[in-house]
Design a protein around this ligand. Structure first.
Ligand code: ADP
Ligand code: MG
Length: 265
């Protein structure tokens, strides 16, 4: 609604995560490097944790785009499934049909697919977002899949992505086997203060407006409110833009940012 007022081609801080809004923060870059290393070295289980709103789902989607052609990838975004449904969700992206198949048959089909992929010099990876919701049984199921191997190499790499509770879950004694399979671990961090400005600029540029007047002091306010968490930056920016529109101001001054924060918290 305020797009026209500011001359935006679309909402810069909408709730949907669009790939061209991607900003490669230092932490996102490191997370990606860690995952890429884990996959290429066939390290088995890779663990990525991060607080709510730091960009984990964004990272998963970016990863799907970026993995090279030799890597077959499967992305499970919402693992609130039964054990069978989880298995189905995992193999679906690999093009394995599951209808009228028993669990054993699905695993056998997966195994055949992995051996074939490996024989062609490829690699396969499953990425599970919101992995803190997996039950202990499902984590064990995932571990068993990641155990599929040729004589010397893991056929399937697993990237578990989740909130910090995932670490506590994995600390349970009965999950020690999967815990011991984790060789690469990374914690996704919020943006650094200096990155907030760049992050916002990427979005403004993408909606055709990179000369919106925002005073330097305001970035300090935005950082202090959000602590660099992208989702919080988005919520605040959206609110401030709306307020600027309502107040008929084309530049967003300190008062607007402070008043927007008061409305949010
Ligand atoms: N690196 C990034 N570049 C651009 N937008 C991002 C980035 N990281 C997060 N966001 C945005 O922040 C919001 C929260 O990100 P999301 O990936 O859903 O976080 P999480 O899954 O960790 O809760 C989304 O609107 C997303 O578009
Ligand atoms: Mg998420």
């Amino acid at each position: 609604m305020y797009c026209q007022f500011y001359g935006f081609t679309k909402m810069p801080f909408g709730i949907t995560s669009e790939p061209h809004f991607f900003f490669e923060s230092a932490s996102h870059r490191e997370a990606y490097a860690a995952i890429e290393y884990g996959i290429s070295q066939r390290k088995g289980v890779i663990l990525i944790t991060g607080e709510v709103g730091t960009g984990k789902t964004t990272l998963c989607k970016k990863l799907m785009d970026r993995l090279g052609r030799g890597v077959s990838a499967s992305l499970v975004l919402n693992p609130y499934f039964s054990d069978r449904e989880l298995l189905e969700a995992i193999v679906q992206d690999f093009g394995i049909a599951t209808e009228k198949k028993s669990r054993l048959e699905i695993v056998q089909a997966l195994n055949a697919f992995l051996i074939e992929t490996h024989a062609q010099g490829g690699n396969a990876v499953i990425i599970i977002d919101e992995a803190q919701h997996l039950s202990a049984r499902q984590l064990e199921q995932v571990r068993l899949l990641s155990n599929l191997e040729t004589s010397d190499e893991k056929l399937l790499q697993v990237v578990l992505v989740g909130q910090p509770e995932l670490l506590q879950k994995l600390a349970q004694y009965r999950l020690r086997q999967i815990r011991q399979r984790i060789f690469v671990k990374y914690q996704l961090m919020p943006l650094q203060e200096a990155e907030v400005h760049q992050y916002m600029d990427v979005r403004f540029q993408n909606v055709g407006k990179d000369d919106l007047a925002i005073d330097d002091k305001c970035y300090r306010i935005i950082y202090e409110f959000s602590r660099g968490v992208p989702r919080l930056i988005n919520i605040l920016c959206d609110r401030a833009l709306l307020m600027g529109y309502v107040r008929d101001k084309s530049s967003l001054d300190e008062t607007i940012w402070m008043d927007s924060i008061k409305e949010i918290v």
